[in-house]
Design a binder for this molecule. Sequence first.
Ligand SMILES: Cc1cc2nc3c(=O)[nH]c(=O)nc-3n(C[C@H](O)[C@H](O)[C@H](O)COP(=O)(O)O)c2cc1C
Length: 321
Amino acid sequence: MLPPILSALRIPVVASPMFIVSGPELVIAQCKAGIVGSFPALNAREQDGEPPLLDAWLTRIAEELDRHNQANPDHPAAPFAVNQIVHRSNARLERDIEICHRHRVPIWITSLGARVEVNQAAHDCGGIALHDVINNVFARKAVEKGADGLIAVAAGAGGHAGPLSPFALIQEIREWFDGPLLLSGAIATGGAVLAAQAMGADLAYIGSPFIATTEANAQPDYKRMIVESGAMDIVTSSLFTGVSGNYLAPSIRAAGMDPDNLEGADPSAMNFGSNAAKAKAWSQIWGSGQGIGAVRDIVPAATRIDRLSREYAAAKAAICG
Ligand SMILES: Cc1cc2nc3c(=O)[nH]c(=O)nc-3n(C[C@H](O)[C@H](O)[C@H](O)COP(=O)(O)O)c2cc1C
């Protein structure tokens, strides 16, 4: 059973959080167009000594969605989600949890570690917690620690993808878990959203296609590269962040490395060695999932969501009659 907060969407889609790329403009556009929009809390970075930017972002999102809902009572905005990186390297976690709790963030997405306290904070302010996992073992741990729902990150996903086929992953999780289950990885069409549901997922979790939108916080060359590339241009490597991830081969080439020979490459020569420099892995070596062959233009997020919605309806009609 889906909780009410996830069941009233225009199409069963949650836009995934993307480091650097997802900010308030994109989230607001996604929610207004009827799908859950999300961003990583870490994207809201203030200068030293300034008040937390996360506070300002959450205020702005709530106010703009409120205004939209008052003007469009028949088409209210979908709820939004904030992603917390629950990893010991995230020195801001406690502070960000306090801010999200204070703003009563409705959907909390946790990645790179499951922690009871984060789920409790989400529940305490009336929210739900979804945890992303790459296999069944992590899925069980996440639910034991109090996650309400799971995001199955399958092979082909942008960012830190998993190695498993979506068919295998969803089947194994669905054998024991009947809560909200999202599928992530190379979903870029309405037909693929329906396929995720046919497999046993409740919702699709879509990232890379939203990089090629006018509201995405991505360089114009990055957006263009998404439009011009396909599955064959995606390279899987743990070289840049220490965790296996999917990247656009042309961006690796542009940074002076050979995407076909990353084994012998020396990222420290590119100043990717330190923690602070990890951000460079995302700002210069660009992440993407394998589904981008379906992305042919840079458009407003609402246009992309309209298309997904039409394709979803057409696929349903073609299969279900
Ligand atoms: C550029 C980029 C940055 C990402 N950053 C994050 C992040 O900060 N936190 C997170 O939980 N997932 C992150 N992801 C993974 C997405 O949340 C999601 O799993 C993925 O985009 C789904 O696959 P798709 O891109 O093929 O749709 C990122 C993905 C991309 C493409």
